[in-house]
Design a protein around this ligand. Structure first.
Ligand code: GUN
Length: 164
């Protein structure tokens, strides 16, 4: 299976965060949520693909919790910054002997970036609850990150979408 077959067969399109995605489920149940403060779908689910020509999921933050599932291909490295400003690293994949995890929860309010460091592609799934809405998502900006995280800036800069 090649990346272009996946993009075609799963109807993936470019994501503004980097990589490719396709929303495959959006719950018809609308819920009121404290975290978001407005009505949202109870849950959404996407396929998400990083490839060797679009290997970075740039830093962004979401109000919802997001469950990440490894499906196919090469493992994907995540960089997470919880509200306390520490930097956590974690690899989503199936090689448990190397400490990879098949599922990864990223709570709402965490900054998140991901990178495909090897291989042609990594295919993942993401379940978002309350469901994804562009109003709940923000991409990281150069100058904000420099001010907020001066102690880890040099490690973060490759994963900040430039000119955004
Ligand atoms: N539409 C655009 N981006 C996303 C995403 O990350 N998740 C879902 N469910 N839909 C999207």
């Amino acid at each position: 299976m090649h990346k272009n077959d996946l993009i075609q067969q799963l109807s993936l399109q470019s994501h503004p965060e980097g990589g490719y995605y396709s929303e495959i489920y959006r719950s018809g149940m609308m819920i009121e949520t404290d975290r978001v403060g407005q009505q949202r779908s109870a849950m959404t689910s996407i396929y998400y693909l990083l490839t060797d020509d679009s290997p970075i999921d740039y830093f962004h933050i979401n109000k919802s919790d997001i469950m990440h599932y490894f499906h196919l291909g090469s493992p994907v490295t995540y960089f997470l910054i919880p509200p306390d400003g520490t930097l956590q690293k974690c690899k989503l994949g199936l090689d448990l002997t190397k400490g990879e995890v098949p599922q990864l929860l990223v709570p709402g309010g965490y900054w998140k970036a991901a990178v495909l460091e090897e291989g042609e592609f990594g295919l993942l799934g993401e379940g978002v609850a309350p469901g994804f809405d562009f109003r709940d998502m923000k991409l990281g900006k150069d100058e904000d990150f420099r001010q907020q995280f001066p102690h880890i800036w040099d490690q973060l800069v490759p994963y900040i979408k430039s000119g955004y």
